[in-house]
Design a protein around this ligand. Structure first.
Ligand SMILES: Cc1ncc(COP(=O)(O)O)c(C=O)c1O
Length: 388
């Protein structure tokens, strides 16, 4: 089955939909049983999409979890109230006191904070590595290294990692490979084809796609699924059936939305690259982007999120540029139908394996589904203000 057909059909088993196109929202804390035998059956099957107790899920959450497994591959998908909960639960599921974690330097800021604050307190040591390290990752592996965490492309600066090489080396010593695949979104990057053991997504972004719900997913291969499922459950993780419904509804249009995000973002990125006030465009599909060769080799395409570096300009002029854009709203998110902009801050503090030496302002854009010519015109007027 081709991907677009899969996206339409994923998770729509009659057991979950009860005959309608979409599954009804089944809200429940409590499931009631008629007989002791039914109750005992539910206990035996409680980890396998069987109604047992609200925290273990309902038919709506089962439908979404199954849909994500069909989309990303793997053996099963655990659901969380947000992407951050998916990341922290995946890490906690495979790390214990005394273990060592290799974390990509370009990771999402709250992931880094979790390592530096919570994991450190639990006696788990983190080493940050250059996203471009490739086969040299070997030199950082210790006898107690248990997890290699990747995020590709990297948050805000977009470095693309050599996932298969990193995964292959990690597996030589039985290290679990976890990837934050939010940018790849399950359609632009297929994690299990490249050696990833667990693919985490902030489904809050492109899966939900409409900026109106939070959701996290962690999809695991056969070997890692039982541990991930059980440990996430023990950590008390679950997702609301209403939000799973929203995520499923978003998922149905993921592919068509993504094609438009990709096309418009590439047009804006190319236009920006020709503007004298723009120093560099940080977009995985651009040759200048570190790891572009891995993007070309491993990805099916790009999306609406990229960054650019301005020439040396005044801070107040950057504020003025951002304050006066008409179509780009400022917000700490991406993946919805709307365009967003923010100034990336703290890169000098957030890159420790390989210091960020660029002094000029970095601007991150999410290109939404508006007419791309309106977006370019908005940016044209905004950039023109620097010259005034
Ligand atoms: C790459 C990446 N991973 C994870 C997250 C966390 O997702 P959530 O906000 O749903 O916790 C985000 C949110 O911006 C993100 O950009």
């Amino acid at each position: 089955m081709k991907q677009d057909t899969k996206i339409v059909n994923a998770g729509r088993r009659k057991e979950w939909t009860n005959g309608s196109v979409n599954p009804p929202v089944q809200r429940a804390s409590t499931i009631v049983f008629d007989t002791v035998k039914d109750m005992k059956n539910a206990i035996v099957n409680r980890a396998n999409k069987t109604l047992f107790y609200g925290r273990r899920g309902t038919t709506t959450t089962f439908a979404f979890s199954e849909a994500m497994t069909q989309l990303e591959g793997g053996a099963g998908c655990a659901l969380y109230p947000c992407g951050t909960a998916a990341i922290t639960s995946a890490l906690l599921s495979f790390l214990k006191a005394g273990d060592h974690l290799l974390m990509v330097d370009t990771t999402y800021e709250p992931t880094r904070d979790f390592c530096n604050k919570i994991l450190k307190g639990l006696g788990i040591e983190t080493t940050y590595y250059d996203p471009m390290i490739g086969a040299d990752i070997k030199s950082l592996i210790r006898p107690n290294t248990r997890v290699l965490f990747l995020e590709s492309p990297g948050s805000n600066t977009m470095e693309v990692q050599d996932v298969p090489t990193l995964a292959k080396i990690a597996h030589e010593t039985d290290i679990t490979v976890i990837l934050d695949n939010t940018w790849g979104s399950g359609i632009q990057f297929k994690p299990f084809d490249y050696g990833v053991d667990i693919s985490v997504q902030a489904a809050t972004k492109y899966i939900v796609g409409h900026s109106d719900a939070m959701m996290g997913t962690a999809t695991a291969n056969e070997a890692h699924w039982p541990t991930l499922r059980e440990n996430s459950y023990l950590l008390g993780q679950c997702a609301s059936p209403d939000d799973c419904y929203m995520a499923l509804r978003g998922l149905r249009t993921l592919s068509v939305r993504m094609k438009q995000h990709e096309q418009s973002a590439l047009k804006v990125a190319h236009w920006l690259s020709e503007q004298p006030i723009v120093k560099t465009v940080l977009h995985p599909a651009f040759k200048e982007c570190p790891g572009n060769e891995f993007f070309e080799r491993d990805f099916n395409g790009s999306n609406g999120l990229f960054s650019f570096v301005l020439e040396d300009v005044n801070d107040s002029d950057v504020d003025d540029f951002l304050d006066n854009l008409a179509h780009f709203k400022m917000g700490f998110s991406w993946g919805g139908f709307e365009s967003l902009v923010l100034r990336v801050s703290g890169l000098d503090r957030l890159r420790t394996a390989k210091p960020w030496t660029e002094k000029n302002p970095v601007i991150r854009l999410h290109i939404g589904l508006e007419d791309v010519d309106d977006l370019i015109e908005d940016l044209r007027q905004g950039l023109a203000r620097f010259a005034q």
